[in-house]
Write a protein that binds this ligand. Sequence first.
Ligand code: HEM
Length: 320
Amino acid sequence: MSSRTSETVDQPDAAQVVDSMERMGGGPYPGYRRSSAKGSCFVGTFTPTGEAAALTTAAHLQYQQVPVTVRFSNSEGNPHTPDAAPVTRGMATRFHLPDSTETDLLGITVPLFVASTPQEFLGLTEALRPDPTTGHPDPATVQAYVAAHPHLAPAVMQQPPVPVSYGSAAYWAIHAFIWADARGGRQPVRYRWEPESGRAVLTTEEAATRTADYLTEEFHERLRSGPVAFTLRVQLGEDGDPTHDPTTPWPDTRKELTAGRLELTAPVQDQEHWSGQRFDPTRITAGITLSDDPVLAFRAHAYAESFDRRSRRQRGGWSG
Ligand code: HEM
């Protein structure tokens, strides 16, 4: 039996994984998310093109515009990491649907995830635990982990861009989801937000001149000149394309459609309220189902665990 198969069977529990994430990030940082601790929230609208309407009954992907709330973030669990650090960025979007329910879509600035299973993710976070003497992960331990799991190498080697702006990066939702149409037809999909102004990154020299909070400052400044827009691009999977593995991309030649256009117009009025919210990639709506990706299913438990830990601290009852 390959290590990949056996790791699928021995699923860790969410508390074990969140403990390991806290150690990896030098935390815990009470009151903060155990990943993507630093972020800021904005409001806007999502206008579907109707191109997806034949393939899914999802309310926000038909013809009616819906309000959205978006949280941009830096991936680190340490909320004090400066914005110019070469880490992935997150974009968590909540669509407020006409029937007063909600659905979330979370993306990051690289196309592949670093683990095929929760167990592999736990193994990697353990390998990345800082060495107490240097304060950094031991490169030999990380290399040994990747050598033992060679299918992870392309994802682990990805270099996240340091973007000019939260509004100049593409964000991949990574997992496959399954769309359902009105007649019960099923279509595997993968989502990606593309910035309408184009992708733009900083050179190392430019990044060195940016302030610790430049991404939020720049976004506020950008909004003063008008809305910041993204298009929702959707890759359509074909027979045989794997839906269970977030480390494996589908061929670039797969057909894509544009499901809609997001326009962010202003910061949320109450940042504290919104930073206290829990976005969840498994908060789907009728017309969308989860794929068989074990990482996607596991995330719901890890996010609930992180939410629980940070909320207990916010109520003042926890000292972790
Ligand atoms: C085993 C896999 C993963 C684990 C255990 C994990 C864990 C976490 C945790 C604990 C949080 C903080 C949740 C909270 O307190 O609200 C978080 C946030 C986040 N994660 Fe993951 N994650 C995983 C995979 C991914 C993947 C594949 C993506 C790519 C889309 C992703 C994108 C994000 C984003 C964008 C946030 C910030 C959400 C927000 O702004 O509230 N994560 N993750």
